[in-house]
Design a protein. Structure first.
Length: 261
């Protein structure tokens, strides 16, 4: 729920040193971006440290975001993304259309695979963003929340999205992930087969899964659907055909939606 702004931190502006000048909008966005990591609840000091802004500046911006509903405070006084911001973000047209079209087929995939965890993800820069997840995480399965981010090469859906992202994006990714030896070969294989069975290339913190592309009306790969087995990954190869079929079905539904058919 919304609450009154927090009390001023001790030390005021002297508690930190102002970084290089940034616009007010840039500072506000940096506060929100502080919640993009694995920790979903942060203290004022956490936010100050992650944004590089002094406590006084952080306190003022957090207070304004609380008043608007972009942030909320839990019972322990820590901050989290607010319901108002979530409601606004959920109306993003591309995300809303994709999720709306895909949801019935994601539920069908969930049932066909014996209620294994089903994911729908998109590529944002060098990370995957989880758009939807059905099924509670089980042993060996990732429990990242909707909106969670992972390095693209660490997930099957990320491998699919990278494989179809084009040479420019792939080369930029490879430059920033030098330890990912063999990734170029894996991406070529994924593009050739139309599916990523992510057990051969889990990468650091990787997740075993079977994933396939989802295309829009232009034929561009805009998302990836995947199944994450609840065990060490046994059976992901057997899951590949049904995941690929689901990807094609969602793609056809997107084609009809976007062409008004």
């Amino acid at each position: 729920m919304r609450s009154a702004p927090p009390p001023p931190p001790p030390g005021g502006a002297a508690a930190g040193r102002e970084p290089a000048p940034r616009s007010v909008a840039g500072r506000v966005l940096s506060v929100l971006d502080a919640f993009a990591g694995e920790r979903r609840r942060l203290t004022l000091s956490d936010i100050s440290r992650r944004t590089g802004m002094p406590l006084a500046t952080t306190h003022r911006l957090v207070g304004e975001l609380l008043s608007w509903g972009a942030l909320e405070r839990d019972r322990n006084g820590r901050y989290e993304i607010g319901l108002h911001l979530w409601a606004v973000a959920a109306m993003a047209p591309r995300w809303l259309e994709l999720r709306d079209v895909a949801m019935p087929f994601l539920l069908g995939l969930y049932r066909k695979t014996g209620r294994q965890q089903v994911r729908l993800a998109v590529l944002d820069g060098m990370e995957t963003v989880l758009v939807e997840r059905i099924g509670a995480p089980d042993t060996g399965a990732t429990g990242e929340p909707v909106g969670g981010r992972r390095p693209a090469h660490a997930t099957g859906d990320g491998l699919v999205l990278l494989a179809y992202a084009g040479a420019t994006v792939q080369e930029r990714y490879l430059v920033h992930h030098a330890p990912a030896t063999g990734l170029r070969r894996v991406l070529a294989e994924v593009e050739g087969t139309g599916c990523a069975v992510n057990g051969r290339w889990p990468g650091p913190g990787g997740t075993v899964s079977a994933a396939a592309p989802v295309r829009d009306a232009t034929g561009e790969v805009v998302a990836a659907v995947s199944v994450v087995p609840g065990t060490s990954g046994a059976g992901q190869s057997a899951l590949a055909p049904v995941v690929m079929a689901t990807g094609r079905t969602i793609s056809r539904a997107l084609f009809h939606r976007q062409n008004g058919a």
